[in-house]
Structure formats: C-alpha cells, structure tokens
Write a protein that binds this ligand. Structure first.
Ligand code: BES
Ligand code: MG
Ligand code: ZN
Length: 473
C-alpha cells in the first residue's frame, strides 16, 4: 500500500514549489519575473527551470501551448521521474490557481504515476512521510476524490507494470496465482481457479492445448468484483495471460525472444483496472477471466496438425502453435459468455505481430460488434491517450480460417491481415454476445519508455479501462 499525501490546508512554511506553466500562462506571467528569467524559460512542453528564491526552490515546468489533459499528466509524470534525485521530501506547493480542477487532477496523477521504476520500491521522495502536495484551489469534496483516484491508479498501474516487467523466472504460475489470491483477499473478490485437469474436465480444450506442453500447471482464473449498488451493469473482461511465449513447437526465432515475457500484457491491463476499480469501489460488477499458462516447447507440447475441441464445442486445427493467444482467449470468451450474464464483454491481448506492423507503438487495434461500445471505448481511449483504432469484422475473412479437418484452423491460409483474422476467429467464440470488443495491444503494452534502457511496460490499458468503467457505470 503506497501513501499519497495531499493537503488543501494552508501550510506556513513552503520550501519547495512546483509551478506548471502553459505557454499562454507564461506569456501573461513573465513580466512579473526578472528579465533574465524571461529569456531562460518559455513554457515549452517538458521544459524545466529551477529557480532558487530566498526561502524556497521553485521547479518551473513547461506544459506547452494549450495542453490537453493527458499531456498535462504526461509532462508531470516525466518531471517526477527525471527529477527524482533533486526533488526534496518536504511539503510542496503546487501553484494551481490558473488551472481547473480536472487539470489539477491530471497534474497530481501524473506526478505520482511518474514515480514508477522497476523493480518498484517506494524510493521516490514523494513516498517519504515528510512529503506532501499542497493544493490551494481544490474543494474539500473533490480533494478526497483526487486522493483516492490517484492512489487507485497508482496501485493498479504499478501492479500492471511490475508483473509485465518481471523476468520469466520470477513470474511462474504459482507466483502470479499467489498475487491474485492476495488481491482477492484484500478487495473481497470471488476467486476461482481451474488447474489443467479441471480445465480438461470442463472442456476448455483450446486452452489446455496451449498448456499441455508446460511443466507449469494451468490456472484458468476467474475473479469477480461485485458492487453494493443495486441494478449495476456487469462487464466481462478477458486478458491474454501467456506468461512467456516461446512459440511452442512452431518456435520463435531467438532474436528479441526475451520480450515475449510481455505476452501477458492483456492480463496485466485487466488486473490493473480491476485493482483500481475495486479500490475506487466503482458501481459496476466485473467478471475477469485470465486463462493463465505459458507457451512452452516440450515432448508433450501441442504439435501442428493437432485437432482440439474448444469449450463451445467447435473443433480447431492447430496449424501453428505460436498462434496460441487466440486459443486461450477462445475458451476464456466462451466460458464467460456461457456462464455469466454481462452487459459488455471486452478482451485485451498482445495478440499479433500483424497489429504491431500496422500501427507500431501508436495505438491498439480494436474490433467490436457494437456501435455503442465502440463510441465509449474510443472516447476513453482518446481521453487517456491510450489510443485505439477500429478495424472491420467482415464475414469474408471467415473463409480464410476454414479447416479441412475441423471447424476452424488457428491461422489464415493467406500471409496477410493476421490481426483481423485473429479478431474474426475470436468472434466465433463469443456465443452471440451483442456487446463485445477485442483489443489487440501487442504494440502498445510494452515499449521504449523512460524508466528502462530496454523495453518496458507502458501501463497501457489501465487508465483506458478505468475511464471506460467510470463512464459505463
Ligand atoms: N504473442 C504473439 C504476438 C506478439 C508479437 C506480441 C509481437 C507482442 C509483440 C502471438 O502469440 C504470436 O506469436 N502471434 C503470431 C501469430 C502467427 C503465428 C499467426 C504472430 O503474430 O507472428
Ligand atoms: Mg505466439
Ligand atoms: Zn503470444
């Protein structure tokens, strides 16, 4: 449990100030400053100027011209990270008079979210008991919400990033299962886990085919969060949780193979959102399914040409064991659809290299059969700058994964458009759910990010889902 220390009570001695300037604000303000300073600072995005005043140090931070709220958060975040060695653990005034409450909220969220480093330790000066953020212009009521929201997002996003960043041998199935058990206890979530034998007996044949080559026992995991609010909506979330994807017998090349520890990016986004939603006690019910396994190479592993029966009775010919994500999600989706009544069903997955080749690190690719769900998701994606771009689900693509020996094969006969093929494939397992969306986040969950020299977890999906759930409820 981290501590977020905010106050809106007047404090007598302030020795540290953070002043955030938009370019517009600096234009107005700069005449009140020394002429030298007028030339040394301009308010450009991410510009930092430290000015020592008689009794205090003022970090001036440029926000650029007319910043959007997510840009304010990003600048604050980068500042908190890059100046972690210079910032002191003392009561710190945020000069917030010229910002509206939403902008102040972005500043505060950004400051705390920027404290993350791997492995996470509460080393940042913001977590020292002597540190507090002094806000003057936020009302008491909004202030409490902001404190809770910042805490919830930090808890959720840090857990997401921490698990994604862990090396393969630190995130074996018992490790993550233990963590989920602790989360369930802390937030009073219902937890159900099916091991390999139980999954097999239930008929989760597509999922089991991925786990069968592993020395690690499968954990088809269900977490349920119930709000006390009556008549609340229920959202089903499925997260791809392949702890490491070697490709299986259709083995991947060794170059950059270590990055396949990030193949649980869908699950970590969902876990982060679940933690935040439960901390905030959002008035919505959540059913979360994480089909947890790795994709290993061994003499018991699934072999190309195998035919397996999925939970919904459809048979699948495994032509490439590296197309394992859609196998685990197929059973996750149909299990959720058949056993729970949900108003919306959303899956997130680091599913295809094809989506990375298409959109790079810019946005996730998403598919949906519901115009309303599309609107809500895009609104949240734009607001949080965790962008999504919609792709079609035309029936013509169904022909590309017809099999000679089963209902479907797990790859396309054509060498292109796999991101779409995978989405269309998953649609065969939603059991007619009218409000489904699939988010392929392979390019955005893990990338080049400030706090690591190698690629690291971006936290993509947590704020997107939290914003979606807040507005959906
Ligand atoms: N986990 C990968 C997708 C992936 C690629 C995630 C790059 C993150 C970065 C997935 O399981 C996979 O291997 N997909 C194959 C599918 C192919 C065999 C049809 C791919 O995209 O190459
Ligand atoms: Mg794969
Ligand atoms: Zn994978």
């Amino acid at each position: 449990m981290i501590t977020i220390n905010l106050t809106n009570q007047p404090v007598t001695s302030v020795t540290q100030k953070f002043t955030f300037f938009t370019e517009e604000l600096w234009e107005k303000e700069k005449n009140n400053h020394h002429s030298t300073l007028q030339n040394l600072f301009s308010g450009k995005k991410n510009e930092i100027f430290i000015s020592a005043e008689e009794t205090s140090v003022n970090f001036m931070v440029g926000l650029g011209g007319k910043p959007q709220n997510f840009e304010i958060q990003a600048v604050a975040s980068k500042f908190a990270y890059e100046f972690r060695k210079k910032i002191q653990a003392v009561p710190t005034l945020i000069n917030d008079v010229d910002f509206d409450e939403d902008q102040v909220a972005e500043l505060v969220k950004g400051l705390f979210l920027g404290t993350y480093t791997y492995p996470f330790k509460e080393e940042h000066p913001f977590f020292k008991p002597e540190f507090s953020v002094i806000l003057n212009s936020v009302s008491d009521e909004k202030f409490k919400n902001l404190q809770l929201k910042t805490l919830a997002l930090c808890e959720g996003q840090f857990a997401c990033m921490e698990w994604l960043n862990k090396p393969q041998n630190f995130k074996k199935i018992p490790h993550i299962s233990q963590f989920l058990k602790e989360i369930a206890e802390k937030h009073q979530l219902k937890l159900t886990v099916f091991n390999r034998k139980e999954s097999e007996d239930l008929g989760l044949g597509a999922f089991v085919s991925v786990n069968q080559g592993s020395s690690q026992e499968a954990a088809f995991t269900i977490l349920e969060y119930r709000t006390e609010v009556k008549d609340a909506k229920t959202v089903g979330l499925v997260g791809k949780c392949v702890l490491f994807d070697t490709g299986g017998i259709s083995i991947k090349p060794s170059e950059n193979l270590h990055y396949m520890k990030s193949d649980m990016g869908g699950a970590t986004a969902v876990i982060g959102a679940l933690i935040a939603a439960a901390t905030l006690k959002l008035p919505v019910n959540l059913v979360v399914i994480l089909p947890i396994t790795d994709n290993a190479v061994s003499n018991t592993a699934s072999i190309p040409s195998d035919v397996v029966t999925a939970y919904n009775g459809k048979t699948i010919e495994v032509l490439n064991t590296d197309a394992e994500g859609r196998m685990t999600l197929a059973d996750g989706l149909s299990y959720l659809s058949k056993n729970y009544k949900t108003d919306a069903l959303i899956d997130l997955a680091t599913l295809t290299g094809s989506s990375v080749r298409m959109f790079g690190y810019t946005c996730g690719a998403y598919f949906s059969n519901s115009e309303n769900l599309k609107k809500s998701l895009e609104k949240s994606a734009d607001a949080t700058n965790q962008r999504l771009w919609n792709l079609p689900l035309w029936d013509i693509w169904k022909d590309d994964f017809k099999s000679d020996v089963a209902d479907f094969k797990n790859i396309s006969s054509k060498p292109f458009g796999d991101c779409i093929i995978a989405g269309k494939f998953l649609e065969q397992f939603i059991e007619g759910h009218p409000n489904w969306a699939h988010l392929d986040i392979a390019g955005v969950a893990f990338g080049n990010i400030g706090y690591m020299t190698e690629k690291g977890a971006t936290g993509y999906g947590v704020q997107l889902l939290v914003d979606f759930l807040e507005n959906y409820s």
